[in-house]
Design a binder for this molecule. Sequence first.
Ligand code: HAM
Length: 452
Amino acid sequence: MSIKRPEGTNDYFGEDMRALAYFYDCAKSTFQNCGYEYVETPIFEQTDLFVRGLGEASDVVNKEMYSAISGGNIAKMIAGETLPSKSRLTLRPEGTAGIARAIIQNNLVEQFGQPKKFFYIGPMFRAERPQKGRMRQFYQAGAECVGSSEPLLDAQMIAMAQDFIMNFCNFEASDFELHLNSIGCENCRSSYRELLVKFEEQNKEALCESCNSRIELNPLRAFDCKNETCKSIMEEAPRITDHLCEDCERHFKEVKSFLDYMNVSYIIDSSLVRGLDYYTRTVFEFTSSAGMGSQNALCGGGRYDHLIEELGGKHISALGFAAGFERLKLAAESKGTRFASNEHPLFFIVALSEEARKIAREIILNAHSNSNALVEMDYRDAEEGNSSNNANVRSAKSQFKLADKLKARVAIVIGEDEINASVVQVRDMDTHAETNVKLDRIIEYIANWQGK
Ligand code: HAM
């Protein structure tokens, strides 16, 4: 049986690869324009980073991590030894925890300095059940602004995420929705938490097993449950937005007013809590029905004012978001976007003898070093059993057919007559217009060719 790629992963080539390359380009130009700096962190990190960063009660940590024991430690584990945490590794399920770790390890943010702005693009891994828009290896472009709790930065981050989505998907304002909420800080959350736990305890019987198991650990997550009964129960639950402390209330009000100022429309969604535990205050998600199945979140993010501290760093407020390539691509395609190739025009040399093939090779070598043009000839191996001198020289008809298949724009014909007259015949493959060009001017001709 032939070996297939793992479920929930993709091979990228052709138009899909061009779309992925465009995702990188579009993220780079949008984020760099806003002062963000491109960074890379490892694709795997110590498992503990994600357990502590994303929260033990999160689905990602509980069910979706691809973890491994490194090298020779497997033998030690089999022998019953307790392994040091540095030998337990996990493929990153998201990018924020790695950035937070890198900030601490490399001392990237001065406590009293201006905020630093970073962005990253790359593959993430989650062992989820694959479906449309939900992969086990997927690509995210994310941005993190680290070092301030200023609400203007929240609004600017959201506007930048919106720009990125609109640019990549070719969206108009009516093609997507921005859901916005504040989930408060430690102060307001502890009293609200008590209320929510009480509410969930009262509805324990009706809530699903997963919500029940998280009542104590993270009662907010019940808002995120997809179970219909849980959804309708949680509609009656107390809302954090009615219990924000004064500071969080003010922060949220300012974020909204800056968004209004920038004409960024949003829907206040008090059931939006996000799936990772590190969030405080502002949380947001962009969703769309364009081309989407049930996985309709294109992008999500929010503030995480305590993550860096919880991972052993100083108290540094921060916020960020990440957008998923696979979902943005579905959305873009539903708007009719094609990720077209912008390759250079191809010149194809039709060489009608071995001697002509020698001249063709020279033209190709010179064109390569003196122009940006792509020049090719018939590279097909000789047919089996044909060992004559002219074994690789196929008929003009067969070579023109190949030039057509390769979508060549210009054919350069070299036959007996052309060799004798030190010229080549140049034929436009669209219009069939022909002209002769002196052999010693053909590189110049190729380099200056403008096409139609
Ligand atoms: P997230 O909401 O888990 O947030 O993921 C962000 C985006 O990644 C989603 O909106 C979706 O487009 C894409 N995504 C997530 N899981 C999958 C999957 N299995 N298949 C395809 N696409 C997926 C985060 O990851 C946070 N780190 C965002 C953040 C940055 N918050 C603050 N800073």
